[in-house]
Write a protein that binds this ligand. Structure first.
Ligand SMILES: Nc1nc2c(c(=O)[nH]1)N[C@H]1C(S)=C(S)[C@@H](COP(=O)(O)O)O[C@H]1N2
Ligand SMILES: [Mo]
Length: 345
C-alpha cells in the first residue's frame, strides 16, 4: 500500500506499521496499522445512519450529522491489536501472523457513546452495549454470515472517553479505519474499537457473538473457561536501532516506546549484557495514560560484534512486562520481552 505499512494480508487488507515509522507520538494516518476481518463496506457518509435500539426508551436512527450535533471532543490514544506479536508465541497460534507493528497512536474526534445512549434513554436493566459494524462475512469456524460485533459493559460504554469517532488526525476517517464512524475505546485492545458502526444495541443478557465468545478471548488450553480480551497489557519495544542494524562503537542512543491499558508507564529498563544488569531508561514524556511514552537509553557500544538489546516496562499499577508472553490458543496479549540483535562495527 505504501512504504509505511508492511502488508500481512492483501484481502481483506491487513497491514502493520513499519517499525521505523513508529516513534513519533502520533502515527501519521498512512502509517497507522490496519486490521479488518472482512472486506471494507462501502458506506456513503451522507446517507449512512446508526441505529440505536434494544433496552432504550427511545430507539434512534442517527445520521453522521446528527451524531456531530451531539457535541464532539478530541483525544489521543494508542491502539494495539490483541494479536500484535502473535509471532513471538510458540507454538505459533492460529490467526494473522503479526510481528510487532500492529500498534499505533492517533488523535480522534468524535461523540461520546454515552451521549448517544443518554439521548436514547438507556434503561437501567441494560448490562452491556453491543456495537455492530456494517462489515460481514463467514469465519471458517463461525455460525454463517455474521457482522463484526463486540459488546462493552455499560460502565465502559458510558465512559466519557469512549467515542464514536468521526475524524482521525484531523481528517474524516479513511475507509480502512472505519469511515464514516467507528468506536474508539481507550486502554482496550483494538477489537473493542468497532469500525463502520451501523447498530448499537443495549442488552440485558451477556452478548454471545462470535467475536465475543469464539475470538478475542484468552483460552489457555487448560480447561478453564476462556475470558474475554479487554485492556492492553504492559509492553515496550525498541524503535532505534532496529533488529539487524549496525552501529558505530561509542555512544548510541537507544529509543523506544512503552504503553499499558492499566495506566501510565512509570519505569522502563534496558539490558545490553544478556540480562545480567537492567538499567533505567529515561522516560521522555508523560502523556496521558491513554498514550504510549517514549524513552531513551544511552548505550556505550563497545566490543565489535552482535549484541542483544532488550527492554521491559512497568506500569503505574506495578505490572511489569514478563520475559515471555503467556501462550493462549488464539495468541492474544503477547507482551513478552523481545531481544533484538544489533551489530557494533
Ligand atoms: N467492524 C469492524 N471493526 C473492527 C474490526 C473489524 O474487523 N471489523 N477489527 C478490530 C480489530 S481486531 C482492531 S485491532 C481494530 C483495528 O483498527 P484499525 O484498522 O483502524 O487499525 O479494529 C477493530 N474494529
Ligand atoms: Mo485486533
Amino acid at each position: 500500500m505504501n512504504d509505511h505499512l508492511v502488508v500481512v494480508k492483501a484481502a481483506p487488507f491487513n497491514a502493520e506499521t513499519a517499525l521505523r515509522r513508529l516513534g513519533e507520538g502520533i502515527t501519521p494516518t498512512p502509517a497507522f496499522y490496519v486490521r479488518s476481518n472482512f472486506p471494507v463496506p462501502a458506506l456513503d457518509p451522507q446517507s449512512h445512519t446508526v441505529a440505536v435500539e434494544g433496552a432504550v426508551a427511545r430507539p434512534l436512527r442517527l445520521s453522521v450529522r446528527d451524531l456531530r450535533e451531539l457535541g464532539v471532543k478530541t483525544l489521543v490514544t494508542t491502539m494495539e491489536c490483541a494479536g500484535n506479536n502473535r509471532m513471538a508465541l510458540a507454538p505459533l497460534p492460529t490467526g494473522e501472523p503479526w510481528q510487532g507493528g500492529a500498534v499505533s497512536t492517533a488523535r480522534w474526534t468524535g461523540v461520546p457513546l454515552g451521549a448517544v445512549l443518554e439521548r436514547a434513554g438507556l434503561q437501567p436493566e441494560a448490562t452491556e452495549v453491543v456495537v455492530e459494524g456494517a462489515d460481514h462475512g463467514r469465519p471458517k469456524d463461525g455460525p454463517g454470515d455474521i457482522p463484526f460485533a463486540r459488546s462493552l459493559p455499560v460502565a465502559k460504554a458510558m465512559h466519557p472517553d469512549t467515542l464514536l469517532a468521526l475524524e482521525m488526525n484531523g481528517e474524516p476517517l479513511p475507509a480502512d479505519h472505519g469511515a464514516p464512524v467507528r468506536l474508539v475505546v481507550p486502554q482496550w485492545y483494538g477489537m473493542a474499537s468497532v469500525k463502520w458502526v451501523a447498530r448499537i444495541v443495549a442488552v440485558t443478557e451477556p452478548f454471545t457473538g462470535y467475536y465475543q465468545r469464539q475470538r478475542y478471548i484468552y483460552d489457555y488450553g487448560d480447561g478453564a473457561a476462556p475470558t474475554p480480551v479487554t485492556a492492553m497489557q504492559v509492553k515496550s519495544l525498541i524503535v532505534s536501532p532496529l533488529e539487524g542494524e549496525e552501529v558505530a562503537a561509542g555512544g548510541v542512543v537507544v529509543r523506544g516506546l512503552a504503553w499499558s491499558g492499566a495506566g501510565g508507564i512509570v519505569h522502563v529498563e534496558v539490558t545490553v549484557d544478556g540480562g545480567e544488569n537492567w538499567q533505567d531508561a529515561r522516560l521522555l514524556d508523560a502523556p496521558s495514560p491513554y498514550v504510549w511514552s517514549s524513552w531513551e537509553f544511552h548505550w556505550e557500544a563497545g566490543e565489535p560484534g552482535r549484541h542483544a538489546l532488550r527492554c521491559r516496562a512497568t506500569d503505574s499499577t506495578g505490572q511489569r512486562q514478563p520475559d515471555s508472553g503467556k501462550w493462549n490458543k488464539y495468541g492474544y496479549g503477547s507482551n513478552g520481552v523481545r531481544p533484538i540483535a544489533v551489530y557494533i562495527r
